[in-house]
Design a binder for this molecule. Sequence first.
Ligand code: HEC
Ligand code: HEC
Length: 472
Amino acid sequence: MGGCWSSEPLIDDTFTADQWERLKSDYAPPIPPNPCDVWTQVRRPGTCDQAAALGQALFFEPALSHSGAISCASCHDPGDPDAVPKIDGWFADIRTPNNVSAADSGWTKRNSPSVINVSLKDKYAPATARGVFSWTGKFTRSGAVLRLAIDKALKTNDDAIAAVIHNNPIYLSQYIQLFGTPSPSCSTMPPSQCELIKNLELVFEVYMNKLVSVNSPFDLFIADLPSPLSESAKRGFGVFVGRGMCAECHGGKMFSDFTPHDTGVPQMGVNVFEDGGRADDHGGVAMDPADAGLFITPSLRNIAKTGPYMHDGAFTSLAEVIAFYRAGGVPSGYAGVRDARIQKGEMTDEDARDLEAFLNSLTGTPIPPELCRDVHPRNVCTIAGDANPGTVCGTACVDLQLDPKHCGSCDKQCATNEVCMGTCFPTAPMCSPPAQNCHGFCLDFQADPQNCGSCGHTCADPTPTCVTGTCR
Ligand code: HEC
Ligand code: HEC
């Protein structure tokens, strides 16, 4: 052993130089694909950002749900980039209690996975995977999960989704620019052929492809870049690939083998019921009893931020997850037959703490604020002959800059002796001479080139200055 090896004393105890080289290549940080690839393959290049913007607007659109109360962002929480201090969102469900995620009415079957890094899953999953999206890998593309969201989360149907696009002039014009005129309804065709839904799958996918978070402390460390990775986390990596046996399933740069396994997670917690995993989701069509209890190994990127954990949110902390694996799983309360590798191992208490530090070091950079905002156009409208953008207040389209009934915001009404100029100003203030009242302001008509001689009389070239009430 030699060379740079000696600068990594903790790894040194655990691995040979050859092993270490191998690990550095297996765990080399992933290279995010171009989020627009999926778009430019099928559509005009140059319109990808427009497609992503429509996807982003719809991601926050509560009108997509049956009751109009929830959106994708309810269960895949983007945080609040405008809060002080800023709240980073990791696009998972952080509502409590949320063992399983609350749907539009009732509950979904499972806890919401994060939709960050879906493009990396797409790129790095083996070509042989039958599908890696959702807990059971039922879907081959992230956009295709829209089907599940419509049926089980938003509790709506394709026609209602189509109506949202048809009824909002801004969505409709964005849609037409990208895809041409949508067909009026989906009800005449099988869901899989509804063109509008297929197109929306694509815009959701383009938007979600932009949600990439890498460069975690561990990524930097393994790439030999300056990193704040703690000694404990470095030891934890040793436990992860060694005694802990975690890398058996969570190995590689995505910390997943993208393969279904039965880890025997206890099905317990608020609103949780028995879940057959892959067997349930492929149920009906060629149901294979061997699929019972199988869930796809989730990626562990950003894992510290996306609890609660497991398909049913059974564990609220990483310490609980580690305790579960250390104990060799639980004796019962799950479907199918537990994988033989989930068994009482040789991890010490210190190993467990180090492993937790390692898992905590897998958090990448937060998603840029502009991708976490509701860019929803639902409140924007146009008023004929008014250059200011209009705002929808109830059923009316108003100019918040000028409307004394909705001044600055929908619910702010000016008093009778006030005018609206973005905020309410008094109409007739007592002005001390030589100042006089002009739309609520006290101005000197003798010297003000905007109001020269009288309120609103503006001096212009060739007489731009105001001298004793006359433009000169
Ligand atoms: C009521 C909560 C809820 C809402 C609303 C919701 N989801 Fe989900 N989402 C989930 C749950 C739960 C899963 C896991 C489903 C499963 O495995 O059966 C999931 C899974 C996903 C996945 C798979 C991620 C992966 O890596 O496997 C994607 C992508 C996704 N949702 C996108 C969306 C989009 C887009 C919308 C809006 C159209 C949406 N979701 C609305 C709860 C929700
Ligand atoms: C036999 C394969 C296998 C092994 C070994 C394994 N895991 Fe897992 N892991 C999975 C699967 C599959 C799931 C999802 C299970 C579920 O939700 O029911 C999972 C879930 C997790 C989760 C929760 C992820 C989330 O998004 O909720 C964490 C954290 C985790 N494993 C960490 C570890 C650690 C740490 C080890 C080693 C001590 C380990 N795993 C060993 C297959 C494995």
